[in-house]
Design a protein around this ligand. Structure first.
Ligand code: IPM
Ligand code: MG
Length: 354
């Protein structure tokens, strides 16, 4: 089981080692992981002047799974687009055709008071955002600055989807819904955008092959509202790349902290990219205060999806819950009466519980 470790930038360098700690704790119980680290994002620019150095991509190609930390730091913000840290991650998702991004938002009962919403709104929350990851305005051409002599500055991005790209993520969504409560809500903006009219058409057509799944459609603005008003009405949400980016940050806050949410990105096979949905948090980087749990839970998803080790994945999730139940918290999820610990101490506690 070969794992590429890509800590990246900011708190990525602190949280990935905590997930490694957990995987090593499992190694001592007989599971052998071969882990190799490589630079990506800003760290890739520093090491090889490229946010996705060729050696890093090659390592990812020959690995069975990839654990990614975070991308971005202030010192890279002025670089041209091709050198921006986030592009390393976007290119990796695209190069490996990891088009299906699973972003589960599950409220752990131990954290019911950590959310800014009324606990009864989120109690028992367990939804999944399935985000298309290889298309949309993130990759659409034409893009860039419009160069026109004497004119004011202008820039362009293009929202674009091919039927086949919509169909393949729709099939994944219906299959996933079948394994849950057979409810699928597709989120688009078909009242305004042609791309999204096509999205709705294709999803509806594919839905005929899954008559046992109840399919609904929502515009993204209404969905954003419904997600905070009555989040438990949702089970599986299928959406495009950009809307999925936005709605998954919103969904994270339903569970208390963006520091809690793991994700998995898969293609047609078992190879996957696993990462917390949060960013590099330059404001708290290097201070041992970041929450490593989203990354640790991402490692659990890796065991479940790439390595067919559901028991080991369950054990990690239970270890996280035991540590929370014992009252340990990182600063982002602290409540009165709990004990605030640092990044490393949280990782140690989960490893010990495991
Ligand atoms: C995410 C992030 C990325 C995205 C950035 C870092 C490129 O926000 O994974 O949600 O926009 O997809
Ligand atoms: Mg995002």
């Amino acid at each position: 089981m070969k794992i590429a470790l890509l800590p990246g930038d900011g708190i990525g360098k602190e949280i990935v080692p905590e997930a490694v700690k957990i995987l090593k704790a499992l190694s001592s119980a007989g599971l052998a992981f071969d882990m190799e680290e490589a630079p990506i994002a800003g760290a890739g620019v520093d090491a090889a002047d490229d946010p996705l150095p060729p050696e890093t991509l090659a390592l990812c190609r020959r690995s069975d799974a990839i654990l990614f930390g975070a991308a971005g730091a202030p010192q890279y913000e002025a670089l041209p687009r091709t050198k921006r840290p986030g592009l390393g991650l976007l290119r990796l998702r695209k190069e490996l055709a990891l088009f299906a991004n699973y972003r589960p938002a599950k409220l752990l009962p131990e954290l019911r008071n950590a959310t800014t919403l009324k606990p009864e709104v989120v109690d028992g929350l367990d939804l999944l955002i399935l985000r298309e990851l290889n298309g949309d305005i993130y990759f659409g051409e034409p893009r860039g600055r419009v160069e026109q002599e004497g004119a004011e500055r202008e820039a362009i991005n293009t929202m674009r989807y091919k039927e086949s790209e919509i169909a393949r993520i729709a099939h994944v969504a219906f299959r996933v819904a079948r394994g849950r409560s057979r409810k699928l809500c597709s989120v688009d903006k078909a009242n305004v955008l042609e791309t999204m009219v096509l999205w709705r058409q294709v999803v509806t057509e594919i839905g005929k092959q899954y008559p046992d799944v109840a399919l609904t459609h929502m515009y993204v603005d209404a969905a954003a509202m419904a997600l905070v008003r009555a989040p438990k009405d949702f089970d599986v949400i299928l959406t495009g790349n950009m809307f999925g980016d936005i709605l998954s940050d919103e969904a994270a806050m339903l569970t208390g902290s963006i520091g809690m949410l793991p994700s998995a990105s898969l293609g047609e096979g078992k190879k996957g990219l696993y990462e917390p949905i949060h960013g590099s948090a330059p404001d708290i980087a290097g201070r041992n205060i970041a929450n490593p749990l989203a990354t640790i839970l991402s490692a659990a998803m890796m065991l479940r999806y790439s390595f067919d080790l559901p028991d080991a994945a369950d054990q990690i999730e239970q270890a996280v819950r035991r540590v929370l139940a014992a009252g340990l918290r990182t600063a982002d999820i602290a409540e009165p009466g709990t004990t605030v610990v640092g990044t490393r101490e949280m990782g140690d506690a989960v490893a010990a519980a495991l």
